[in-house]
Design a protein. Structure first.
Length: 140
């Protein structure tokens, strides 16, 4: 069974075992516009939580950093995006995933939001936002 969590920067991570699949949310697209270019990380590179890991460019030419939702090592990238970046626009939370990471510190998942929390999330309210505690059984 997988666990899906969301960041305040509008990334999602679907966790299965020690691997997390990462992408941008539909809400990201709604707020920033269609993606026309993506620069993915290199397989084997390691990143700290909230470190810039990928770059996406929207239709208006604005570039946005995708931040690592957790600390870990990149183990796979979505090579289909090299030929079809529009896959992100058609299926941002499905086939348009960006990369997969081996999660180094599962406890970092506690700081991410579940779907209900993400749907209620407003950036300006983040300082007062309270994360629901994941049960320890979900993190082991």
């Amino acid at each position: 069974m997988s666990l899906i969590r969301y960041t305040r920067n509008h990334e999602w991570i679907e966790v299965e075992g020690e691997i997390g699949t990462v992408g941008i949310t539909e809400r990201w697209l709604a707020e920033r516009g269609e993606v026309v270019y993506v620069e993915l990380p290199e397989i084997g590179d390691e990143y700290e939580k909230e470190e810039p890991i990928a770059l996406v460019e929207s239709m208006d030419g604005t570039e946005y950093h995708v931040l690592a939702p957790v600390t870990g090592e990149v183990v796979e990238i979505n090579e289909e995006l090299e030929d079809d970046v529009d896959l992100i626009n058609r299926s941002p939370e499905g086939d348009g995933w960006l990369f997969k990471m081996r999660i180094e510190m599962r406890r970092e998942l506690k700081s991410l939001m579940n779907l209900d929390e993400y749907e209620d999330f407003e950036e300006e309210d983040y300082e007062e936002f309270e994360i629901t505690d994941l049960g320890e059984e979900e993190l082991l």
